[in-house]
Design a protein around this ligand. Structure first.
Ligand SMILES: NC(=O)c1ccc[n+]([C@@H]2O[C@H](COP(=O)([O-])OP(=O)(O)OC[C@H]3O[C@@H](n4cnc5c(N)ncnc54)[C@H](O)[C@@H]3O)[C@@H](O)[C@H]2O)c1
Length: 365
């Protein structure tokens, strides 16, 4: 592996950089590479306040530019692509929640398929344009969920990159369509793409509507945590900073046109996760609400298409030199403490109660 390649001095376009992975990625690269320049395009779908907090921190410290808008609006892309170009594009923007996509599939199609197509088309148009930098990589963040589901039990065969896509939910279908669209633009138009298919992410800056971030919010605001009846379904949990390191490696060393699975191997059921959250904060729970833990868990019906499991084989990116550095126990503890310390951040989100709309909604994305 060529250790010389660096992101220093590069110009990077990030889409969806106010979301969980995008925020962490931007913070990570700005801190690591003093010479880097980041432009972030995001429609700010969760409202103004939490995102404004990011903005203020970033603008004060770094070479960072924010463009507010929807990737599907040509004016927004024209604005973003207006200068002398980018060396890298990292595309996070999406409707990332299964339950929201279930509720509003048109929006999922818009944010996941149409926005990706608009970005690919714009990338194709500027490639080789006079005065534009040479675009080296366009990195698309797909998901483990595009492969479909696996059975519970020890006989599981982890998904490999060459497996057929077999998406089963509205979110997964839109992500799989975009994933395939990226491959078409690589194959037919020479856009220099790489796809990462990642397992469930957790960490700071996650809107309080996914399993762990919502459990933290419920805990610290005195709400009961929700669990599906089928709470034994497994997810592979990767800490967002391990994901950021993987994406950095793919930008500098990933092979063009390739797909890379990114998973920690750390599978936990929703029940184990929620009990882990309660375990970390049991003293806090007891002090505030008088225990026992079981009183703080509410069992709700599952949503349609709640897949049992998605376990990835991640040896391809491991061969490039990546491995997860943060154990689930350490990462969960650090994340819950971050939510405890950053109450104004998650309190500023509009209240969401997707889980209690029983039949179709889920806290696990
Ligand atoms: N969170 C996970 O567990 C996970 C796992 C695997 C893959 N992914 C993928 O990684 C990416 C980032 O996930 P996340 O968890 O950070 O999501 P997120 O929901 O936290 O953030 C997505 C961001 O995209 C922005 N956005 C949505 N549509 C847009 C549009 N049309 N134009 C401009 N901005 C738009 C939103 O405002 C939001 O800030 C997504 O593509 C998601 O599908 C996420």
């Amino acid at each position: 592996m060529n250790q010389e390649r660096t992101l220093n001095g590069k110009r990077i376009l990030v889409t969806g950089g106010l979301g969980c992975i995008g925020s962490n990625f931007i913070h990570y690269i700005l801190e690591k590479y003093p010479g880097i320049h980041v432009t972030n395009v995001d429609v700010r779908q969760f409202g103004f306040v939490p995102h404004h907090m990011h903005e203020q921190t970033l603008k004060k410290k770094y070479r960072y530019n924010y463009i507010h808008g929807d990737l599907c609006h040509p004016r927004v892309l024209t604005n973003a692509f207006g200068g002398d170009g980018f060396d890298y594009i990292v595309h996070f923007a999406a409707e990332s929640h299964n339950s929201r996509a279930e509720k509003d599939p048109e929006r999922a199609v818009h944010n996941n398929i149409s926005a990706t197509l608009a970005l690919l088309e714009r990338a194709r148009q500027v490639m080789g344009m006079k005065g534009w930098r040479t675009l080296q990589r366009l990195l698309y963040t797909s998901t483990c969920e595009v492969y479909g589901e696996q059975e519970l039990g020890d006989a599981v065969r982890p998904f490999v990159e060459g497996d057929p896509l077999c998406p089963r939910t509205k979110y997964n279908i839109t992500k799989a369509a975009a994933d395939q669209m990226v491959q078409v633009y690589s194959r037919d138009h020479g856009v220099p793409t790489i796809i990462s298919r990642c397992s469930n992410i957790y960490g700071k800056y996650q809107a309080p509507e996914k399993l762990i971030s919502k459990a933290a919010r419920d805990l610290f605001s005195g709400e009961r945590m929700t669990l599906y009846k089928a709470s034994d379904h497994l997810r592979e949990w990767t800490h967002v900073l391990d994901k950021c390191r993987a994406l950095e490696l793919l930008l500098t060393h990933g092979a063009l046109g390739e797909v890379y699975n990114i998973g920690s191997g750390e599978e936990r059921s929703a029940e184990q996760v929620v009990k882990g959250v309660l375990g970390i904060s049991s003293r806090e729970v007891d002090a505030r609400y008088g225990g026992p833990e079981e009183n703080f868990i509410e069992i709700v019906d599952g949503r349609r298409g709640h897949d049992k499991r998605y376990l990835l084989k991640s040896s391809k990116i491991q061969q490039l030199g990546w491995k997860p550095e943060i154990s689930f126990e350490d990462g969960l503890r650090e994340t819950i403490l971050w939510y405890a310390d950053n109450r104004p951040w998650w309190e500023a989100f509009p209240p969401v109660d997707l889980e209690r709309s029983k039949a179709i909604l889920s806290p696990v994305s």
